[in-house]
Design a protein around this ligand. Structure first.
Ligand code: DAH
Length: 347
């Protein structure tokens, strides 16, 4: 067995035995056996000078690394045994005078915090927050939103299909690509007047990079009543922008296309970084697009049996991750889902 293999085995054995140590006496024995003068590790370290330069490099580095690892494992063990002291009778007792260890307290994920804050704003304007399924039918995700099979709008939503086949040989189940299907589900159950927001996860089959991940979060809004107009849509979203981004932040609407609204718009806010002057973040336009919206398409209303000559409504959908990214200057969306506490603890 090569020296490197021996060291590897030594490491496994030492750490295993250390894990089983339950008192200070055994810990002393462990220390002598694995880190003492006559330990195998020390022998290797002392024998380094006899090795060739090449071997010195690899064996020396590995042995020193092992020494550091054993030292820190030993320290940890000492700490964990620290509360136990040996009484006069030689039995272990707990030293109750030591201060307790603080249990770590968690916190809400930054995305959950944004969702809470947004829902609070919309709830104060009379909206109800509801949630819906992430595994969805093609019927709700596309058909009922005026996106029939073969419609090119489906191509913009790289869909993750569920491996389930019905009797007709179709694959009608998918991971929802947006929160909009909940518009239909809610209108099927609740008759207008209604006002809802729907936060939740959505999925798209996309390559991962600094601005794309296959699972992200959206918040959908829907208001249906008699006499709802584009002015209500603009008023609601201006008020949202004022409360969420601050009263001095300008917002603008421009025409856009979504099959389930007519007319469709996109809303942008003045760039957070350059305040409209133009910078890299806003591609020199001074504006950042934050959501799609519009007046609910009559076909969507009729699809759920709502008379579109009596009722009208507006809807909007916003990607959530982008918002804190803009607010705090976070340049990589993957940070939200990497589980790195150094990142998460900043919120
Ligand atoms: N569902 C759209 C998307 O994910 C966003 C959207 C646009 C939602 C317009 C809406 C809307 O409710 O009216 O790209």
């Amino acid at each position: 067995m090569s020296i490197l293999q021996q060291l590897e085995e030594l490491k496994t054995q030492a750490l295993c035995e250390l894990a089983a140590v339950e008192d200070n006496k055994k810990l002393d024995l462990w220390r002598v056996q694995y880190m003492g003068k006559k330990s195998r590790l020390n022998e290797v370290l002392r024998g380094l000078s006899a090795l060739s330069i090449e071997e010195k490099k690899t064996v020396g580095a590995t042995a020193n690394q092992l020494k550091l690892e054993l030292e820190s494992a030993l320290k940890e063990k000492e700490l964990s045994l620290g509360e136990k002291v040996i009484s006069a009778k030689g039995e272990e007792t707990i030293d109750i005078t030591l201060p307790g260890r603080k249990p770590p307290v968690g916190r809400l994920h930054p995305i959950s915090q944004v969702i809470d804050e947004m829902c609070r704003i919309f709830v104060s304007m009379g909206f109800q927050a509801v949630e819906g399924p992430e595994v969805e039918w093609d019927y709700y995700n596309f058909d009922m939103l005026n996106i029939p099979k073969e419609h090119p709008a489906r191509d913009n939503m790289q869909t993750l299909w569920v491996d389930y086949e019905n009797e007709k040989g179709e694959r009608p189940m998918l991971l929802r690509t947006h929160t909009s299907p909940m518009q239909v589900r809610v209108m099927e159950k609740i008759k207008p007047p209604l006002r809802i927001v729907v936060p939740g996860k959505v999925y798209r089959y996309e390559a991962i990079d600094a601005t794309h991940i296959p699972m992200f979060t959206q918040i959908e809004g829907l208001a249906v009543d008699k006499g709802i107009t584009l002015a209500d849509l603009k008023g609601t979203l201006y008020e949202f922008a004022r409360r969420y981004f601050g009263s001095d932040r300008k917002a603008r609407f421009r025409c856009d296309f979504f099959p389930f609204v007519e007319p469709g718009v996109e809303m942008s806010i003045e760039c957070i970084v350059c305040k409209g002057a133009g910078c890299r973040l806003c591609s020199n336009s001074g504006w950042l697009e934050i959501l799609g919206a519009g007046m609910v398409h009559p076909r969507v209303l009729e699809g759920v049996g709502i008379d579109s000559s009596v009722y009208s409504g507006f809807a909007f959908g916003m990607g959530i991750e982008r918002i804190p990214m803009l607010r705090y200057g976070i340049d990589d969306i993957r940070l939200f889902y990497g589980g790195d506490l150094r990142f998460l603890r900043q919120f």
